[in-house]
Ligand binder design. Structure first.
Ligand SMILES: *Cc1c(COP(=O)(O)O)cnc(C)c1O
Length: 395
């Protein structure tokens, strides 16, 4: 059996997106900036895609900027707001300890440039308190950046409350909505954000394409200089097939959202109940306020990377917060932020389900994961110490 349970890392392109990609690549090959007929036909597809996405987000088409993905959108929003703030002497940025690296590493860069960066705690449940955000904002605050849904533990942040606070205090607000768009309703007016980032490959679109929503009047400076594409805010000939495919994927996932979430909720409940029966295990993040497809666990005395490799042998694609792509053995900053100690954080497993997963998939996961956890524990020195009472169990 094969089970893909890593939808937070990326999704398979949906059939309608692939079809839109192929059709656009073939039939609309013109450059949208060209004045001739082929160019103008391509331009129509570009603007139609922009309109589709704007309507879904409750934005206007002029507020939609196509980017190379979520990372670029996060970078551009944060840097634009930071540098605009610095011009007015505002050099403080408020964010959280559980943001994606696209946000955290941008903030680190700004810190080196003299900005004051405050990363708010999120408690055991993995949710920042809007009140903490309010208390942290001062006269010198240029930007608040809080993600909508966390990519590791799926927890939903109180972005509407935070948006309201930012509006009252006159501070710019950016939200990384990469894990949310296409999965739960996202309305930029309801959130009250100035910037929002999304990425196509997290909801059945192609990789390497995304959107930065920037509210009318919000500061926006280009990261890439060149031609006048995207109202002069993002140079480079648009990846039209990818953009058309992104719009098609978003439309389809929003249309199926209710049914998909009903299915995912059912699978999530079964998976959480089943995995909770593994001794010395714990769910990461709030049980209720999380994405329906996310199940993140820690298993004490069980190395996360070994777990992933044995699961892969059983045809299961999952992910762990314990190892990062840089090959470092630092445990996930998200798991540390919710209070998991290093050893426990190392034994993490993230399963993220999507619309094509079935109850049979969950049954298979519940058959294999307990076996594999037991196997990995059987050769773990940490587990042996725990069993022999040389160490205290935490979970
Ligand atoms: C995947 C992801 C990103 C990065 O998006 P890319 O399109 O892969 O650059 C940013 N933020 C979150 C929360 C993500 O899950």
């Amino acid at each position: 059996m094969f089970v893909y349970a890593d939808h937070a890392a990326t999704t398979k392109i949906s059939p309608c997106a692939l079809e839109a990609y192929n059709q656009t690549a073939w039939a609309f090959y013109g450059n949208p900036s060209s004045l001739h007929t082929e160019g103008q036909h391509a331009k129509e597809v570009l603007e139609k895609s922009r309109e589709t996405i704007a309507t879904i987000l409750n934005a206007t088409p002029r507020e939609i900027y196509f980017t190379s993905g979520g990372s670029e959108a996060d970078n551009q929003a944060i840097l634009s707001a930071a540098y605009a703030g610095a011009k007015k002497g505002k050099k403080k940025i408020v964010s959280t300890a559980i943001e994606h690296h696209a946000v955290l590493h941008t903030l680190e860069k700004l810190k080196k440039e003299g900005f004051e960066i405050v990363l708010l705690p999120v408690g055991q449940e993995g949710i920042v308190k809007a009140e903490d955000v309010a208390n942290c904002i001062g006269e010198d605050t240029a930007l608040v950046s809080v993600m909508l849904a966390n990519n590791e533990i799926g927890t939903l942040q109180p972005v509407e409350e935070i948006g309201k606070i930012c509006r009252e205090k006159g501070v710019l607000f950016h939200t990384d909505a990469v894990q949310a768009v296409g999965h739960i309703p996202v309305d930029v007016a309801e959130i009250g954000c100035d910037y929002l980032a999304l990425s196509a490959h997290k909801f059945g679109g192609p990789k390497g394409v995304g959107v930065l929503f920037a509210k009318r009047g919000a500061p926006l400076t280009p990261l890439i200089e060149g031609g006048a594409q995207e109202s002069g805010k993002r140079a480079g000939t648009e990846d039209l097939p990818a953009i058309a495919a992104m719009a098609a994927a978003l439309k389809a996932s929003v249309a199926d959202m209710g049914a998909t979430n009903a299915l995912l909720k059912k699978l999530q409940t079964k998976l959480i109940e089943g995995l909770s029966r593994i001794p010395h295990s714990a769910l990461n993040g709030d049980r209720e306020r999380r994405l329906a497809g996310n199940v993140s666990f820690c298993f004490e005395g069980c190395e996360g990377e070994a777990l992933l490799l044995y699961l892969d042998d059983e045809g299961i694609c999952a992910s762990s917060g314990s190892a990062c792509t840089s090959g470092s053995l630092d445990p996930s900053h998200v798991l540390l932020a919710i209070g998991r100690v290093h050893d426990v954080a190392h034994g993490s497993l993230r399963l993220t389900l999507g619309p094509e997963n079935t109850e049979a998939d969950v049954d298979y996961l519940l058959e294999k994961i307990p076996e594999v956890v037991e196997k990995v524990r059987s050769f773990s020195p940490v587990w042996r110490d725990l069993k022999e009472g040389k160490r205290q169990f935490i979970l």
